[in-house]
Each structure stands twice: as C-alpha cells, then as structure tokens.
Ligand binder design. Structure first.
Ligand code: PLP
Length: 423
C-alpha cells in the first residue's frame, strides 16, 4: 500500500507503486485469473506475520515462538474446511504450480503416467507439459476437446484413459469456458484404477459459492490458487480426503517448501471469511451473468466464441474471422485501457506467442460493481478496437484508441476501485 513510510524509505519503489495504482484504477481488468483483493486481505498480507519462521504445522513446529502462527494457520484451515467441506486442507502452498507439484509428489513416483487436458486445448503447463517439471518428472498424456463441439467429450476421455491406464487423471483447466463434470471424471478414473485430482485454480470462487459443480466429493485431491476468482492473496492450497492428509502435508513440508509465508496464510484466512459472507455468493453469480452478457455483446458484434458462449467466468474469443491475431488484439486493447490475455484457441494454427484468440473474463470487472449494461458497453468497446483500432497492417489507429481509452477511463471512474488508497 502506498504510504508515507514507503515514500520516505524508498522513493523509487513508491513511484513504481503509484504508477501501478493508477493503472489498476484507470484500466479494465479483463484477465480472468486476476482480481482486486480487498483492503482487509492486503492489510493481512502486509503485517508483521512476515517476520517469523514457522516450518511444520500447527502445534508441530520446528521453530519456537509460534503461538500466534498456530492460531492463524488453524483459523485458515478451519475456515477453508467450512467453505469447501473438504476433510483435510493444507494452506501453505505459495503458488498453484507448487500445489500441483506437491500433490504429484504425494501421489506419484517419477515416471508415472498422468492424463490431463493439453495446454493447446486449455489445460495448464503443470499438468504434464514437456516444458514444465511435471512433464519431465512424469509421463504426460493428454486429452483434448471434441473437435465438433470444442467441449470435453467424456466418452473420448474414457477411451483414452483405457488405452493410457494413467496413475493419475487431472480435471481442470486454464482456458475452458464450460462446466467440468467431476462426477463423470471420477467414474472414468475408477474404471481405469486411477487417482483423480481436480485443479480448480480458476473456478475456485465459483465452486465455493456453489455456482459450479463441486469436485471435492469426487476427487482424491483438489488443488487451487487463492487469488483468482476466490479474490484472496496470491497463493494456493490443497484439499484432500483424510487418507491423503499426511502424505500431502509431508509433500508440502518438508517435500517442496520450507518456511510458509505466514502473512499470506493470514490473508488467506481473511479471504476465506469474506467468501463465507452472503455477498460473495451473489458476487460469483454476477461474475457468470456478466460473462454471459459480455458474450452476448461480442456475438452481436460478429465475434466467434469457442463453444458459442460460457458457463463460467471466462470467454475464449476466436479472432480468425476478424483478421487480427490474439497478440495484436491484446496489444491494441491494452493501449485502449482494456487488459486481456492473448490465448490459443483449440487447434490454433499460430504459436502461443501470437495466438488466434483472446481470453477475457469478468471477476475483476464484477468486483468493481459492474453489471450487464457495462458488459454490453465493454463488448462494444472491444469490437471498436478490433475493427477500427488498427490500419489492417498491424499499426494502431491512435485516434480511435484514444477515444476508447477515454471511454474506459470514464467507466473506471464510475466504478472505482481502491478509491481511498493514496497515489
Ligand atoms: N492451475 C491452473 C489451472 C492455472 O490456471 C494456474 C495459473 O494460471 C495454475 C495452476 C498455476 O498457478 P500459479 O500461477 O499460482 O503457479
């Protein structure tokens, strides 16, 4: 947080922070894996809890002086259990990638087979991709989407599982706009004798609010981040059945981490409390309504959406009929104050550095209090940028982008964020 202390101690960093605060206040956050943490979450993350080593778990620490750290971690665990109904929860994971690393460490031997959604079709790098530790330490096999529907086809996944016979099946994605049927994935895993892990990093807030089917009853292990739709601090957690509890805890510490970030665990506890409040359920439902409204607006403007729409917090826009790459669209949108990811679309002919798609999402916009009319306006603004924001040769049309930028600023001012933070 920007305050006098930081300005006095490190003016250079204070200047950078002031710039970022201004950016967050005056641009639209369309990246579906980002959100605006509450003041209370940020306050907890900036506390003296940062000063202490607390290796181990509550009442089983390797460091002395952990009385309050036991209390805060137990509070986080208890709140998360209440929220998700999981039997065992580890809240020490620094990131979603480390949550997956620890889960595999607990469940697999090096060289074991895992079967997951490919990155090219919407999965995550840590699900066995060759350029990631998970594809080096384990044998990654991948299912994709049904080419006719661009949706998961559980018959095709079952057939592949019968052939591969993986030790672990993973359900979960980074860029999939539809519901995932965890119950069906469990049936497939059971049929081939595989463990089932759900990675709900993206949809965790929807799951907490019962706005997406719950994986917890069906999975051996569920991994998640805490910063995306859940709107907590940047971090992660693992939920599992009691029988996996000891193995998961040992995989996290001493397996892949040492000192937990206790200030972040405190912030996770605050976020879990916020997620138990009534407004959070409504917030998650509004994220979906907003995403569907944005989809409708883009469809009206002639955009092609992968799967034709969305059931969750994100959209995958196929830009091939618009004559722009995902990279160009995202670059132009950023100039106009709308920050979005470029993203591969299923069967993308372009590399991941260019892509044929973008992946807009609505968690951040919804946190600002925006509703369907604003989604409609934003859809039109995106269309204006993609249609008229360039000269057809990749060069920006500065005048159009400046007009949209002004409109975005106005919209941001009407739905302010961090109003009381000083710049
Ligand atoms: N799993 C999924 C499905 C994700 O989308 C992501 C992040 O984008 C991760 C794991 C990794 O999370 P982190 O960036 O915290 O390592």
């Amino acid at each position: 947080m920007i305050n006098r202390t930081l300005r006095q101690a490190d003016s250079e960093m204070a200047r950078i922070l002031a710039g970022e605060l201004e950016r967050q206040k005056t641009t639209l956050m369309l990246i579906p894996s980002e959100n605006y943490a509450s003041r209370a979450v940020m306050a907890a993350a900036g506390t003296i809890f940062t000063n202490k080593y607390a290796e181990g778990y509550p009442r089983r620490r390797y460091y002395h002086g952990c009385e309050y750290y036991d209390q805060l971690e137990q509070l986080a665990i208890d709140r998360a259990k209440e929220l998700f109904g999981a039997e065992h929860i580890n809240v020490q994971l620094h990131t979603g990638s480390q949550a997956n690393m620890a889960a595999y460490w607990a469940m697999l031997e090096p060289g074991d087979k895992l079967l997951a959604m490919s990155v090219a079709q919407g999965g995550h790098l840590t699900h066995g991709d060759k350029i990631n530790f998970s594809g080096v330490a384990y044998e990654g096999h991948f299912y994709g989407l049904d080419p006719d529907t661009d949706q998961l086809n559980y018959e095709m996944i079952a057939e592949q599982a019968r052939q591969v016979r993986p030790k672990l099946m993973i359900a979960g994605a980074s860029a999939y706009p539809r519901i995932i049927d965890f119950k069906r994935m469990k049936e497939i895993a059971d049929e081939v004798g595989a463990y089932l892990l759900a990675d709900i990093a993206h949809i965790v807030g929807l799951v907490a609010a019962e706005a997406h089917p719950d994986p917890v009853p069906y999975c051996d292990v569920v991994t998640s981040t805490t910063h995306k739709t859940l709107r907590g601090p940047r971090g992660a957690m693992i939920m599992c059945k009691e029988e996996w509890g000891d193995k998961i805890d040992r995989a996290v510490f001493p397996g892949i981490q040492a000192g937990p970030l206790m200030q972040i665990i405190a912030a996770k506890a605050v976020a879990f409390k916020e997620a138990q409040e009534f407004g959070f359920r409504e917030y998650q439902r509004q994220i979906i309504r907003n995403c569907q409204a944005l989809a409708a607006s883009l469809l009206e403007e002639g955009f092609t959406l992968v799967t034709g729409g969305t059931d969750n917090h994100l959209l995958l826009v196929d830009l091939r009929n618009k004559g722009v790459t995902g990279k160009l669209a995202a670059d132009l949108m950023e100039m106009a104050g709308m920050v979005v990811n470029k993203n591969l679309i299923p069967g993308d002919p372009l590399p991941s550095t260019e892509t044929s798609g973008i992946r807009p999402g609505t968690p951040g916009l919804t946190t600002r209090g925006m509703k369907e009319p604003q989604m409609h306006q934003i859809g039109k603004a995106i269309a204006r940028v993609v249609h008229d924001g360039h000269d057809g040769e990749g060069n920006p049309n500065e005048a159009v982008l400046a007009e949209v930028r002004a409109e975005v600023r106005e919209l941001c001012a009407m739905f302010p964020i961090y109003e009381d933070l000083e710049a």
